[in-house]
Design a protein around this ligand. Structure first.
Ligand code: ATP
Ligand code: MG
Length: 261
């Protein structure tokens, strides 16, 4: 699998930062299914936090709650230490919290540039400056290692290309906290590497990234900490440098905890 650039930035001082986003005792049920059961999590400034866990562990549910897409049954979310209740994704966006999947739901009749700039169109006098939007979109796509052209209609895009568009759109919103649910699942080897490098750059510029992933090589390549979820709970919170594949897989499978949260 992918080996992204090695971690380049020393992490000293990272612990001194307060959590930029945290959740305390988040619970979410769907009918009789308890998707999230008193989950606690925090993400610090300047870190990539990977979330791993078996299918159905509650990872996507957690991301949906943190991103404002859905609301918890109970529990509290804090942004920079203040309690927040995101009633929708745009409220979360306004607070600097952007998730990728919501943006991946693109308008298929529109081209890539229009999708990226939706709601933030560049104007030249009274007119939309389409040329500039196309140019800037192309730059952003190149930056992501994508060969897509900005005027391609979304309708014809492959799953991987849509994923790239979603990522580009999320970056365009300039998030303080970026929430990604399987951001590379449909990407090629090369593009996966580009996306992972983008995450490292974001982290190095002081941003925070939560990345749900089934790819342990990707997780170990870029994350600072690993949150292991199981049966709707945060099972372990591990420093990536201090743990191993075997331990992570063990916690995913329900091995007893050796370390506290
Ligand atoms: N909208 C929904 N309606 C009913 N059940 C749901 C819904 N969303 C999630 N669930 C259930 O909640 C539990 C957690 O689901 P979730 O999608 O959060 O898991 P996940 O860790 O993201 O899994 P995966 O790795 O397969 O993506 C599962 O049992 C799932 O079936
Ligand atoms: Mg999921």
């Amino acid at each position: 699998m992918i080996a992204a650039k090695p971690l380049t930035v020393p992490h000293e001082g990272r612990q001194d930062f307060p959590a930029v986003l945290s959740a305390v005792a988040l619970r979410k049920t769907y009918g009789s299914v308890v998707a999230l059961d008193e989950a606690n999590i925090d993400i610090r400034r300047r870190e990539i936090l990977a979330i791993v866990g078996d299918n159905g562990a509650g990872k996507s549910t957690l991301i949906r709650l943190l991103s404002g897409l859905e609301q918890p049954d109970s529990g509290v979310i804090y942004r920079n230490g203040s309690r927040v209740e995101f009633s929708g994704v745009s409220e979360a966006n306004d607070a600097g919290v952007v998730s990728m999947f919501q943006n991946a739901e693109a308008c298929s009749q529109m081209d890539i540039a229009d999708n990226i700039y939706m709601g933030h169109e560049l104007m030249r006098g009274p007119f939309v400056d389409k040329k500039k939007m196309l140019r800037e979109t192309e730059t952003l796509l190149n930056h992501l290692g994508s060969k897509l052209t900005a005027n391609r209609l979304v309708r014809g895009l492959s799953e991987g290309e849509r994923q790239t568009l979603g990522f580009a759109r999320a970056l365009f919103l300039d998030p303080e906290v970026l929430l990604l649910d399987e951001p590379t699942s449909s990407l090629s080897v090369i593009q996966t590497s580009e996306v992972l490098n983008q995450l490292l750059s974001l982290r190095d510029s002081g941003k925070s990234v939560i990345m749900v992933s089934h790819s342990l090589p990707d997780v170990f390549a870029v994350s600072d900490r690993i949150c292991v979820m199981r049966h709707g709970r945060v099972r372990a919170m591990l420093e990536t440098r201090e743990t191993t594949y075997e331990r992570v897989i063990g916690y995913m499978a329900g091995a007893p905890l050796e370390m506290g949260l």
